[in-house]
Design a protein around this ligand. Structure first.
Ligand code: GDP
Length: 284
């Protein structure tokens, strides 16, 4: 069961933090996460493991419908991932460059992850939330119609690069689809694609453009459900179950566990950072 495990891990982290004079990885590196650990258990579960919090509202015989613990890191690993996302003099987190075509993309030695989703899904807000421990990083937003949409590359220390792909929609120009397609198909250091779906409205027709691309190119991808603070528990649970069913029955390459997040309450952000750190090989 998760609760005793969570309690034991929390207690261990508290003990580590309290051990003055003894160097503790968590104590010395993740101030932000130490604050999370001070929260009452229920609040902490909601913030760190939003799917587990939702699970409590499911009838016991429906609980196996959701995949909750395929990726189930310890709090220590979550704290380590926060450290990777924390900008320091020795861990530089920067915007690197933008590109409109794959052959203009920087040639980089690190593993890479990319974020795709339709316009307005909450992609810039999510990337800003992921980078909240590096407040100097500027996540560029180009929303003006007709403004050239670009892929934006960010470097996270010596660990990985994160690419913010342009948002797509009904009126996405063909050259935009070509750009995203070429990137997804040919970027050799791409480790995982994060496909954003708005949890308020669920999977939309336009989302299928991205889902089909990922499936066609046999890419490993992950569905991130944005804006979870906007819905009631009942509505969110309904959407999550529907999307989970879609993933289970209609996809091959999608990671079976969903990642619900809120860029407003930060729910799910720590877990997502940890998953990114893991898929880029930085938690081994
Ligand atoms: P993008 O076009 O995908 O980059 O979307 P944005 O990040 O600009 O977000 C689109 C709109 O949704 C903006 O009005 C955001 O303030 C709002 N939004 C984004 N994420 C969240 C969230 O987690 N919760 C809530 N309540 N609103 C959000």
């Amino acid at each position: 069961m998760a609760a005793p495990r969570l309690r034991r891990a929390t207690q261990r982290l508290f003990e580590m933090s309290a051990a003055r004079g003894r160097p503790s990885r968590v104590y010395s590196t993740s101030h932000a996460f130490a604050e999370v650990l001070q929260l009452p258990k229920k609040q902490m579960t909601k913030l760190v493991y939003p799917l587990q919090e939702l699970e409590q509202y499911l009838a016991p015989d429906r609980r196996s419908d959701l995949h909750l613990r395929i990726f189930d890191p310890s709090l220590e690993d979550i704290a380590r991932a926060d450290t990777i996302f924390t900008a320091t003099a020795r861990n530089r987190i920067d915007y690197l460059s933008s590109a409109v075509r794959l052959d203009h993309a920087p040639d980089l030695p690190w593993p890479e992850v990319c974020f795709i989703g339709r316009s307005n899904v909450g992609k810039s807000s999510l990337i800003k939330a992921l980078f909240s421990l590096a407040p100097e990083v500027e996540v560029r937003v180009s929303k003006k119609p007709g403004h050239t949409k670009k892929m934006n590359f960010f470097r996270v220390g010596k660990y990985f690069t994160l690419v913010d792909m342009p948002g797509y929609g009904y009126r996405s120009p063909k050259d935009f689809v070509d750009m995203v397609e070429a990137y997804l198909k040919e970027r050799t250091n791409l480790k995982r694609t994060f496909l954003l779906v708005d949890s308020v409205v669920g999977i939309q027709k336009t989302d299928n453009i991205a889902i089909e691309m990922c499936e066609e190119f046999a890419l490993p991808y992950v569905m991130v459900l944005t804006k979870i603070d906007k819905s009631s528990k009942g509505h969110l649970l309904k959407q999550v179950l529907q999307i989970q069913k879609f993933v289970n029955t209609q996809t091959q390459g999608c990671f079976p566990q969903l990642f619900p997040v809120s860029a407003v309450t930060y729910s799910g952000i720590h877990l997502l950072r940890c998953f990114i750190a893991n898929v880029t090989g930085n938690l081994d």
